[in-house]
Ligand binder design. Structure first.
Ligand code: F6R
Length: 270
């Protein structure tokens, strides 16, 4: 597990975008696993910028999102279909036919989960899986006590997750209680995993993920067992880590490769 601590959330996003860019340059037909939520928003903005600046093309890229709410149609403003369309897909040259998100409004959601898992395998598996982390340590919607061997399925959301996501729903608006999510095994099968976390509200979960035991109570801790997992944190999210000094080696190495100027990112490597 590689832990990179950067001064700001903006730098975390830029770092993540640069990892995606490098992969797309070396493998133009890569399969990307995508996340939603607040954390990747800035990363997606950077990717759009790289596309507009003609650094990269998504024309051959395939994507699989981690999850979707059950009972929510693609056109619903809080669906992850809508999120991906309005935050990324509408602004890049990706073929909509190559973008995959579970259908939360499928008649048989259990069958939809099975179909989704099979499709990931049919497309050759995920090259790079992007992740955020919930305050309770979830990845995707694999809530605490999820099987570390789970594959794509329907999961009930915890009260903590529902409370965290309440901000996206209007007063009195229906808020989903379940989601179709890639399983922990599905995520672990990605060839590379990149988890971003920012802000003090993630510090406890980040500590449990990196320095706690591998256990189902913190699903993200499974990444300790991944061959190629990179965790990119801002200082706030890293604030509870005991071995910060050690991780700063990674930061120093990173600083020589990566500089920030003004509003945007300036890459010093290509
Ligand atoms: C999103 C997802 C979730 C989020 C997590 C953090 O597709 O699967 O695991 O990554 O809940 O959400 P934010 O970034 O909003 O704090």
């Amino acid at each position: 597990m590689e832990v990179i601590i950067l001064p700001t959330a903006k730098q975390v996003a830029c770092y993540g975008a640069d990892v995606c860019e490098s992969l797309i340059k070396t493998k133009p037909a890569a399969v990307l696993g995508l996340a939603t939520g607040s954390t990747p928003l800035a990363l997606y903005k950077e990717l759009i910028k790289y596309y507009q600046q003609q650094h990269i093309s998504f024309s051959q890229i395939t994507t699989f999102n981690l999850d979707e709410y059950v009972g929510v149609s693609a056109s619903h403003s809080q669906s992850y279909h809508y999120y991906m369309k309005t935050q990324l897909f509408d602004f890049i040259d990706i073929d909509p036919g190559n973008t995959h998100i579970p259908h939360g409004d499928a008649v048989d959601v259990q069958q939809e989960a099975i179909r989704y898992e099979q499709l990931i395998h049919e497309k050759g598996g995920i090259d790079l899986q992007l992740l955020g982390i919930g305050r309770n340590g979830h990845i995707g919607f694999n809530e605490p006590t999820s099987s570390l061997n789970s594959i794509t399925r329907v999961k009930a959301l915890t009260n903590a997750t529902k409370a965290d996501n309440q901000r996206f729903f209007g007063l009195g608006e229906y808020q989903p209680t379940h989601a179709i999510t890639m399983g922990i095994k599905t995520i672990m099968q990605a060839r590379q995993v990149l988890l971003l976390a920012t802000g003090t509200n993630k510090a406890q979960a980040v500590k449990a993920m990196i320095e706690g035991p591998v256990c189902a109570m913190c699903p993200a801790s499974c990444l300790q067992l991944h061959q190629y997992a990179t965790i990119v944190l801002d200082q706030q999210a890293a604030s509870e880590l005991i071995m910060q000094d050690y991780y700063q080696f990674a930061k120093q190495a990173c600083d020589t490769l990566f500089t920030q100027s003004g509003e945007g990112c300036t890459k010093s490597y290509g």
